[in-house]
Structure formats: structure tokens, C-alpha cells
Design a protein around this ligand. Structure first.
Ligand SMILES: [Zn+2]
Length: 105
């Protein structure tokens, strides 16, 4: 699983990736973060995309939060998930994407 992810990452390492490619890499990336692995050096292209793309950055933050809650044995209630889904569906203003801050857990 991890090996496969690393292969995927290496396959795209020298290129800029688009949102679809990022999405494919994101769950493995989030799993690593939750496991306490700093995946950033493995996947600079993910960092680059997250820094440039506010939508993917939001998705990443949400996935990370959900994965952490799962790892902690608690899941957000469905009302909260629905609220977050609505936020995704809502049109967003043009905003300067903030750099990704990876919190150590
Ligand atoms: Zn994107």
C-alpha cells in the first residue's frame, strides 16, 4: 500500500500535478501524516499543489481532520459532515492560498 503510493508519487515527481492526480495521492499522504510520518519530503509536488490550489487545500485539511478523528476512535457526527460538505459545495471567493502547515502530532 505504502510502496504503491510511493511509486505513484515518484511517477509524478518532476511534474506539476493537477487536481485529479492530487486527489489520487492525497489519501496515502493523509494516512502518513496521521501516522506521524512527515510525508512532505516524499512528495514535494503535493506541497506545491496544495500551496497553489485552495480547493485541494481545503479537501486536504478536511481529510486530515477526519482521518485524525478516525485514528482517535471518534468520528464527527453526520450533521457536522453535512456542514462541511456544504462548505465544499458553496462558491468560494478568490483567495490567496495559504502555505500548508503540517502540524506534528
Ligand atoms: Zn487542486
Amino acid at each position: 500500500m505504502f510502496r504503491q503510493w510511493v511509486h505513484q508519487v515518484y511517477a509524478t515527481q518532476d511534474r506539476e500535478i493537477d487536481c485529479g492526480q492530487l486527489f489520487e495521492l492525497l489519501s496515502g499522504y493523509v494516512d502518513l501524516q496521521v501516522a506521524g510520518v512527515d510525508a512532505a519530503p516524499w512528495a514535494p509536488q503535493i506541497q506545491v499543489h496544495l500551496a497553489q490550489c485552495a480547493e485541494c487545500n481545503d479537501l486536504y485539511q478536511s481529510l486530515l481532520e477526519i482521518a485524525r478523528l478516525e485514528a482517535g476512535g471518534t468520528l464527527p457526527d453526520s450533521a457536522q459532515l453535512l456542514r462541511e460538505l456544504r462548505q465544499f459545495a458553496a462558491p468560494r471567493e478568490e483567495a490567496q492560498p495559504e502555505p500548508v502547515v503540517v502540524e506534528a502530532k
